[in-house]
Ligand binder design. Structure first.
Ligand code: SP5
Ligand code: ZN
Length: 341
């Protein structure tokens, strides 16, 4: 399987994440992509290629233009306002307040964010843009007839909505790829999100549409980030009703239960008649992941890669989460090798 990878992910190297009341070095750090890339090379999975540049149009096809402009200028505005540290929001348009974008940068940060653990630093936009181009190149490979392709995206994307960043995500790479796949001629695309966290951004982006089926397996939002979306009763709205499914799972969930949920999800993909499948591939379901609570072992990743392959659909794996352990490379490549058989 071909891997699409851009060195530009290294430009995303924030030094702070608000975690447990302390500013720590972020869990979402450059070494993650290096672990995965090294494993791809060591296991001789296939060629590693650089992305093409598809420009801004496919990004603007799913994200609001004002949000994208904000991402492009936020760091400069923050510095120009004389701030000393990285850009962190501190106030939000909460219940009963006005949803109007303020002029001052503190207000803009709150207006365009859904969480404050994701500090913005120099180079964040450039890396997020490159990450989206990685996913777009993956979409092109699928359109050119690949059975499977791996977009080694970093930063990740599934928490980013049309107009909100957070959860370590800025642009929704899987969502951008899904829309591109439709534009390339597919009538129905499915996104199955296996990251530990609910893919709130992807759900929100396609919630009222019947051409993108979104299914997520994740830590119950009552217990886990992003906390405010991802319940089982969120089934889609309007034309999108019946095209969204969530499998919130409890702390300590073992692979056996997780795999049953995946089987159910893959059945739904089949019934839907998807022409292409996007897997939002987070490996933070791993038993030793530092911020998650599922119990998947490294070999389980091979097994579920095999399960996905049985659908027989052209499949685009888009990297999401999975945190600072050497095994994120092993676990990610295990899924891809399981898929290849
Ligand atoms: C892409 C992705 O995986 N994003 C995840 C963002 C999670 N950010 C907030 C995590 C808060 C974790 N609290 C964990 C407590 C562990 N004891
Ligand atoms: Zn995650």
């Amino acid at each position: 399987m071909e891997t699409i990878y851009s060195e530009k992910h290294k430009l995303r190297d924030a030094q702070t994440e608000l975690y447990g009341g302390q500013l720590v070095y972020p869990h979402e750090r450059p070494s993650r992509a290096e672990y995965v890339l090294n494993r791809v090379k060591d296991s001789e999975l296939g060629a590693v290629t650089s992305p093409e540049d598809f420009g801004m149009d496919p990004i603007l096809a799913v994200h609001q233009p004002d949000f994208v402009s904000f991402l492009q200028t936020v760091w400069d505005e923050w510095k120009a306002a004389g701030m000393k540290g990285e850009a962190i929001p501190t106030t939000w348009p909460a219940r009963r307040m006005v949803q109007k974008c303020p002029n001052f940068i503190d207000g803009k940060l709150g207006y365009y964010s859904l969480a404050c653990e994701t500090s913005i630093s120099e180079g964040t936009w450039e890396a997020a843009y490159a990450s989206a181009q990685v996913a777009l190149t993956g979409a092109k490979r699928l359109n050119d007839g690949a059975k499977g392709v791996f977009s080694l995206c970093r930063p990740p994307g599934h928490h980013a909505t049309t107009d909100l960043y957070g959860g370590f995500c800025f642009l929704n790479n899987a969502g951008i790829a899904a829309q591109e796949t439709l534009n390339n001629g597919a009538k129905r695309v499915a996104i199955v999100d296996v990251d530990f966290h609910h893919g709130n951004g992807s759900q929100d982006m396609f919630y009222q549409r019947d051409d993108v089926l979104f299914i997520s397996l994740h830590g119950d939002p009552m217990e886990a980030f992003p906390h405010f979306l991802g319940h089982a009763d969120e089934k889609g709205e309007g034309a999108g009703e019946g095209f969204n499914f969530n499998y919130p799972l409890q702390p300590g969930t073992p692979f056996s239960a997780w795999r049953e949920a995946l089987a159910d999800a893959l059945n739904k993909v089949k019934e839907f008649g998807a022409e292409a499948l996007i897997i939002s591939l987070g490996v933070d379901t791993f038993e030793n992941d530092p911020i998650s609570f599922f119990k998947l072992a490294s070999d389980d990743f091979i097994t579920y890669g095999e399960d996905i392959a049985k659908l027989g659909l052209p499949t685009h794996f888009v990297m999401e989460g999975g945190y600072d352990v050497d095994e994120i490379g092993i676990n990610t490549v295990n899924v891809l090798q399981g898929f290849e058989g």
